[in-house]
Design a protein around this ligand. Structure first.
Ligand SMILES: [Fe+2]
Ligand SMILES: [Fe+2]
Length: 279
């Protein structure tokens, strides 16, 4: 009999990501124990919970937190952009300034969310349910940054296009997804220079965070997605290179690293709705 509980599932993710406490964009909404079969989705709604019940799963795991209590505190994780920027050499004052406006918008918007829409249904069904967001994105960020650093170690003159191609070649998720890694800003044939993967901080940092990197020694920023209006701002400034790797494909990279570990521990995993297969 499996000794795995929803707490264990969360703790494994925190340990793998090097995090000490549960971030605001994660939560255990219906605790469960003796878990063996898990249904995992990028987004989970009430229909998915019913599907899990009907198909005999012990637990449902979501990546995103829509419709759960984590809606109320998820905005806090946007502050991770500050740590990522400071680690890349952006002065702390500049980094804080770059997140301030969006952080406030996210905080105010969170107040309007229906935080009980999906987790309430899970409680009614008695279906163990949790979501794990930034720890898995951190695994994906670290893996992508390692891949880029490895390329630049062997080829310091690698171009923006070569960095994009290397990511596509390294991760099966990019090959399996229906989107391609895209260069949205800058010259594909220019040297990539210093490259930062800015991911794992709730959502992309928009123009403000990319600009802070560009103005402090980073030549190429990698986001997994960006809003079109934020991209237009950067295009008007004509500075720096931006590679966008694709939301679904890139989320799957971190999620799959974690799911591989769960399978090593003997858990039975089924994925649905947008988790690009890892093999
Ligand atoms: Fe994600
Ligand atoms: Fe996502």
């Amino acid at each position: 009999m499996s000794a795995i509980t929803t707490d264990t599932l969360m703790q494994i993710a925190l340990d793998m990501a090097g995090m000490e406490s549960i971030p605001g964009d994660c939560g255990i909404f219906v605790p469960g124990e003796r878990i063996q079969r898990i249904l995992v989705g990028l987004d989970i709604d009430t229909g998915d919970l019913l599907l899990a019940k009907q198909l005999g799963y012990d637990c449902v795991l979501a990546h995103h937190f829509r419709g759960t209590e984590a809606e109320l505190t998820g905005w806090q994780v946007y502050q991770r952009h500050i740590d990522l920027m400071v680690a890349a050499g952006v002065p702390r004052m500049v980094a804080e300034e770059a997140v301030y406006e969006r952080l406030d918008l996210l905080r105010v918007a969170a107040h309007a969310a229906n935080y009980d829409r999906v987790s309430g249904a899970a409680r009614l069904l008695g279906m163990p349910f949790l979501n794990i967001h930034s720890p898995l994105d951190e695994l994906g960020r670290a893996a992508m940054q390692r891949a880029v650093d490895e390329l630049l170690r062997t080829n310091p003159q690698a171009t923006v296009a070569e960095v994009a191609a290397h990511l596509s070649a390294t991760f099966k998720e990019f090959q399996a997804a229906r989107t391609r890694v895209a260069i949205r800003l800058g010259d594909p044939d220019a040297p990539a220079g210093r490259v930062v993967v800015a991911h794992g901080a709730l959502t992309n940092g928009g123009a403000a965070v990319a600009r802070a990197y560009f103005e402090h020694g980073v030549d190429t920023v990698i986001y997994i997605h960006i809003a079109p209006q934020e991209l237009v701002k950067l295009q008007n400034e004509a500075r720096g290179n931006l590679i966008v790797t694709g939301h679904i494909a890139s989320d799957a990279i971190g999620i799959n690293i974690y799911l591989d570990e769960l399978e090593r521990r003997g858990l039975h995993i089924t994925t649905l709705n947008g988790i690009v297969p890892r093999r």
